[in-house]
Design a protein around this ligand. Sequence first.
Ligand code: GRF
Length: 187
Amino acid sequence: MVKKNTCVFISGQGSNLKNLIQQSRDYNFPINIKLVISNKKNAFGLNFAKINSIPYIIINTEIRNYENKIIYNLKKYKINFICLAGYMKIISKVFLKKYGKLIINIHPSLLPKFKGLNTFSRILKNKEKKTGCTVHYVNEKLDAGNIILQKSFYINSKDDEKILRIKTQRLEYKIFPEAIIKIFRNN
Ligand code: GRF
């Protein structure tokens, strides 16, 4: 199997990146992580790129046309699949036109519910019975692309935001690799 040359975009902790790096060591996992891009120079997740000798690039999104640098590097590393894993920046229309069908994102709610930020506080405020996470394709609308995979769990009355985050992320580490396998199953 020819693995997809993958770039993971991060902004923070990078625990999903860490998980995807581990999964990609499996011969049968459909992707290899060839590049990490962060829009934050102090993102903790960059450590996982460093430890694993994966090239990484820090992007200053304050600079005009910063996406040109991204596109240049995606070409340089022959990237043909992109995973957004906690990347806190909107992807532009121009970029989507070029890479749209190749970009997936993970979101910590049962989309279409609770798009955007502060998901856990809103979920609790809304007294939801269930929550979960979603892997979806990226389009020009926030957290609105076609859903690839979604998993849920019941919320316990004692769950606070911190616990919800932990439970959701535990599920994310399962669902992100499963979604990737699902995408490339027949390729
Ligand atoms: C994840 O919970 C993901 O759902 C959201 O951002 C978080 C990133 O966490 N989009 P990490 O950086 O992978 O630890």
